[in-house]
Design a protein around this ligand. Structure first.
Ligand code: ATP
Ligand code: MG
Length: 695
């Protein structure tokens, strides 16, 4: 219980009924969850009967780590995961009652776009994405295609509902599910199958949920069914940090809790342990205009600290340079020497580019989180799908992706028939290809193309197995890309030639990186050549396919974080720069509000969500916070004047505006450093000269 204040202890010790911890940012909610896992085990609940649900996989990994620290080995039996991962577990175990094979495939967003293009008979990505968005919201609200059609408000929605019907048919044929199904299907399982529900209610003794304010309606229902009437759960959240309304999250889930569980124990935490008073005051000021679900006040005992600084910049490049200079000068001052002590946060993904460029120029290591990492790019995921298929022919999602990327004249009807056949005989798609009774369900031409594809995969696997060393690996990769016509595919799929060329470049970069891992001679950055152990290309493909390359790369890296505000939730850094805080970006495109008419309710709610986003951003900072904005910014091809965000005024009631340019300070520090080292060199030389003179 050490390291917990009184209210936190109360929450941790309350074991027998439903418990809600409602508190502002940095007040130790996540810490309560971690400690409560330990407390439950201590009280005799088996670790495997505890589930802790987090918002991201990364948060889950972090919590697992902390729990291990706290409780030791037993922690590994606690189920710490996201709602989606919990859904997968439920479906693998009991999905068969819905007609789902245990080895069903999970489609990623690109797979879904592809299937929707097909199902809706369009080649236009934007249209398909629009459907994807609409269908996802419907699914999150528990609507099926027929219900969506019945409530469609206009022609667009009617079309989307009809596409949804064909889409769902296709998923079933492919034995595949999308992300929303990972919540919707478990919900159906628990709701419609009492024996499944009882089994899970018995299995789980306590469920803990972090970031509760960002759960959606289906997640609420799922949780309710999981914990049963006794409601053994602990939810922690902050209504002021609800920032996923646009994805269907709803604060109704907070309002409903005391109604659905009258014996709910509500605990408030008021001390913030993260930020200085100056930072906390700015945060409180910003969030103040929003309506309050529950009144709460936050205080900090970490002292006033440095004032929050507002920095105006000429344009976005200038802003990026100043952010970088700020990091360098804090580092030069010596208290924060690690790169991981710094984060630059922004509203929209595209803002990362200028910042990345400035960091690269300054040779500062960084990672981009929340945005697209190299390994998340569609073209790299395409290649990884092929690697997965060489390594494991039975990987159905990889199979589906490869057989259609690039297109090889095998249509969805053929694939649908293959999928149905495979699930009927409990085979993977690849195994089904060569089954003796397949010819009875397909025509000769379709069968021929499928067989050809299957033989090609076997052939690739064989060749990859016999390719050793960097040189050969690179030659093989290029040959293979040519055989499947991947470069052409990129140019066909993309109207903008420049984009296609950039994608092809990524592919080449990836091939090079992969070939490098096959070993042989390696030149490191310093130009030193070493002879490394050689591996076959298949072995390398295996490690790439198995390891989640992204988490491997990001693990414990001492780097500056670039992150969207959304992805920064729950995290903290000693020094934070909020960049690009201008009207139009934060709040995001509020134009409709500025046209002079009274804000619609939707508009007002949106501004409130944007304000919460600003609040989340400010409260990530522990010791220093800079809020910067460019006076001009690029909008499309044009340079336009930018207005500082209204949130700066709201925050800045007592915040000093910083006039000095941190670059000046940095130059001064560098000059001083140079002067000092010159002086000491001179002193050393003088001492040496004096010494020899004396001799
Ligand atoms: P957020 O709303 O941003 O998710 P949170 O409420 O989950 O924040 P935590 O991340 O759990 O807050 O805690 C914020 C910081 O305060 C962490 O560094 C944590 O270790 C520290 N902390 C929490 N409780 C205490 C405590 N009782 N004593 C000292 N430090 C604490
Ligand atoms: Mg938290």
């Amino acid at each position: 219980m050490s390291g917990l204040n009184f209210a936190q202890q109360e929450a941790v010790n309350y074991l027998h009924g439903p418990c809600l911890v409602l508190a502002g940012a940095g007040s130790g909610k996540t810490r309560v969850i971690t400690m409560k896992i330990g407390r439950l085990i201590q009280a005799g609940l088996a670790a495997k009967r505890i589930a802790a649900i987090t918002f991201t996989n990364k948060a889950a990994a972090e919590m697992r780590e902390r729990a291990k620290h706290l409780i030791g080995r037993e922690a590994k039996d606690v189920l710490v995961c996201t709602f989606h991962a919990l859904g997968v577990r439920l479906m693998r175990s009991d999905g068969h009652v819905l007609g789902l094979k245990p080895q069903f495939s999970i489609l990623d967003a690109d797979d879904v776009t592809g299937i929707l293009k097909d199902a809706g008979g369009t080649t236009d990505i934007a249209t398909a994405r629009q459907w994807q968005w609409t269908i996802s919201l419907w699914k999150n609200n528990g609507l099926n295609a027929a219900q969506a059609l019945a409530q469609a408000k206009d022609e667009n929605e009617r079309v989307a509902a009809m596409v949804m019907e064909r889409y769902e048919e296709r998923l079933q044929a492919y034995q595949s599910v999308d992300f929303d199904d990972l919540i919707g299907m478990p919900l159906k399982l628990l709701r419609d199958f009492p024996e499944v529900r009882e089994k899970w209610q018995k299995a789980l003794g306590h469920v803990l949920v972090d970031e509760y304010q960002d759960t959606n309606a289906t997640q609420y229902e799922l949780l309710k069914l999981l914990v049963g009437e006794r409601g053994r759960f602990t939810a922690v959240g902050d209504d002021d940090q609800s920032i996923y309304g646009w994805r269907g999250a709803t604060l109704d889930n907070l309002r409903k809790l005391p109604v659905d569980y009258p014996e709910l124990k509500v605990i408030k935490l008021e001390q913030n342990y993260r930020s200085t008073s100056a930072i906390l005051r700015a945060a409180n000021n910003v969030i103040q205009p929003n309506p309050k679900l529950f009144p709460k006040t936050l205080f900090s005992e970490l002292g006033e600290g440095e004032p929050v600084r507002v920095v105006d910049c000429d344009n976005e490049e200038h802003e990026a340079e100043r952010a970088v200079a700020r990091i360098q000068s804090i580092r030069a001052n010596g208290v924060y020497k690690e790169w991981k002590d710094f984060a630059i946060l922004y509203r929209a993904n595209h803002q990362a580019r200028v910042l990345e460029q400035a960091l690269r120029r300054a040779q500062i290591p960084y990672k981009v989180s929340g945005g697209q990492s190299f390994f998340d790019r569609a073209e790299i995921r395409d290649l990884c799908a092929w690697l997965r298929l060489w390594v494991n022919n039975n990987d159905d999602p990889a199979f589906l992706r490869c057989v259609t990327t690039p297109k090889r004249g095998i249509g969805h009807q053929t694939l649908g028939a293959l999928g149905t056949f495979a699930s009927q005989y409990k085979l993977s798609l690849f195994e089904a290809l060569f089954a003796s009774s397949l010819p009875s369900v397909l025509n000769a031409r379709a069968l021929g193309s499928l067989h050809e594809f299957g033989r090609y995969i076997n052939d690739l696997e064989y060749r990859a197995r016999h390719t050793v060393g960097a040189e050969d690996a690179k030659r093989f990769m290029l040959e293979w890309l040519k055989e499947i016509g991947y470069e052409q595919h990129l140019y066909d799929a993309e109207d903008n030639e420049k984009v296609a060329a950039a994608r092809w470049n990524n592919v080449l970069e990836f091939s090079e990186w992969m070939a490098g891992r096959c070993g042989g001679q390696i030149d490191d950055a310093a130009g030193v050549t070493t002879v490394a152990e050689t591996k076959t290309l298949l072995e390398v493909a295996q490690t790439i396919a198995l390891l989640s390359t992204i988490s491997e790369r990001e693990k414990d890296q001492n780097v500056v974080t670039l992150s969207t505000l959304h992805a920064s939730k729950g995290l903290e850094w000693p020094n934070v720069v909020l960049a690009g805080v201008v009207e139009g970006l934060l709040p995001f495109k509020p134009e409709e509000l500025e046209a002079g008419q009274a804000p619609s309710e939707g508009g007002l709610q949106r501004i409130q969500e944007e304000r919460r986003l600003m609040y989340v951003g400010i409260t990530r900072a522990q010791r220093s916070l800079v809020v910067s904005y460019p006076k001009k910014r690029k909008k499309g091809r044009e340079m336009v004047h930018a207005q500082p965000s209204r949130f700066i005024a709201e925050m800045a009631l007592d915040v000093k505006t910083m006039k000095e340019d941190p670059r000046e300070k940095l130059r001064a520090l560098r000059a001083e450093f140079a002067k000092k080292s010159a002086e000491s060199a001179a002193a050393a030389a003088a001492a040496a000269a004096g010494g020899s003179a004396a001799a």
